[in-house]
Design a protein around this ligand. Structure first.
Ligand code: 9D3
Length: 247
């Protein structure tokens, strides 16, 4: 069984607040923020840096190239956020290339908190005290190098926000999604029945619901075997595990 979904508010700490809402202003998630069913609260980290220069970064102790995000602005920001939050469930996430890989299971876990604070790293990273004292969890969105945590935060917000009740319509229901079923989706066709020299498979136009289901299952398996054999290994394991439960 999946856990209860409580998520309502996303607070983003960044030195580039102008990057938001960006893509989060569009589609079903953009609508949820516009209607205030969800809240996207983007804060400029510089607001908590010392005047007059409001410097958020500094050189790394021990030497080496690159700058590090200073701890004080981040500590002040998170303290302020905690103080304004009634004692409900708050979870502080650092987007960092060294974090645990973000996936659909992680999105479900995050959706179980009422308020998420997403800290966007920049430069070479953040002062280690931030990780040790401020952050509940570090997440990466994959093994490639970005220039900072902002795009990663957007990915995490979108994937988590769409799990909130009513964000995604019934037609595109989140319940039976391919990654959670560990199989890729089967092919989809719409009109016209013949296009670019390719015909829609006859079975899909036949109206035989059982045959359609069986064709889709096979097509999903074929596609998964070709594109994501790693998923198929997991699906088989889960299938075996379920059979094992009945013994
Ligand atoms: C040579 C060490 N680099 C770590 C791989 C330094 C470094 C590179 C890129 C430090 C920070 C960054 C900026 N990236 C992020 O802040 C980031 C990120 C990413 O680069 N890839 C995937 N997920 C994420 S989440 C945050």
């Amino acid at each position: 069984m999946s856990a209860e979904i409580l998520v309502r508010e996303f607070t983003v700490l960044t030195i580039f607040p102008q990057m938001f809402p960006g893509p989060l202003g569009f589609g079903v998630v953009g609508r949820a923020f516009a209607d205030e069913r969800l809240v996207l609260d983007v804060r400029d980290l510089r607001a908590w840096a010392d005047p007059p220069h409001r410097q958020v970064d500094d050189e790394t102790f021990g030497g080496g190239a690159g700058m590090v995000l200073k701890p004080e602005p981040l500590f002040r920001a998170v303290e302020a956020i905690r103080a304004e939050t009634p004692p409900r469930s708050l979870h502080v996430v650092l987007l960092d290339p060294g974090g645990r890989r973000f996936d659909q299971a992680a999105a479900r876990e995050l959706a179980g908190y009422e308020r998420l604070v997403l800290i966007c790293g920049r430069y070479e990273g953040v002062d280690e005290r931030v990780r040790r004292r401020l952050v509940d969890e570090e997440l990466s969105i994959g093994d490639y190098v970005l220039c900072g945590g902002e795009l990663a935060a957007m990915v995490v917000v979108e994937a988590t926000a769409r799990l909130a009740p009513g964000v995604v319509g019934r037609a595109e229901s989140v319940a039976e999604e391919s990654f959670e079923a560990s199989l890729l989706d089967h092919p989809h066709y719409t009109r016209p029945a013949e296009f670019a020299g390719l015909e829609v498979p006859e079975v899909l136009r036949s109206g035989h619901h059982e045959q359609i289901e069986s064709w889709r299952r096979q097509a999903a398996l074929d596609r998964t075997r070709r594109q994501r054999p790693d998923l198929l290994a997991r699906a088989v394991t889960e299938d075996d595990a379920r059979k094992g439960e009945n013994r």
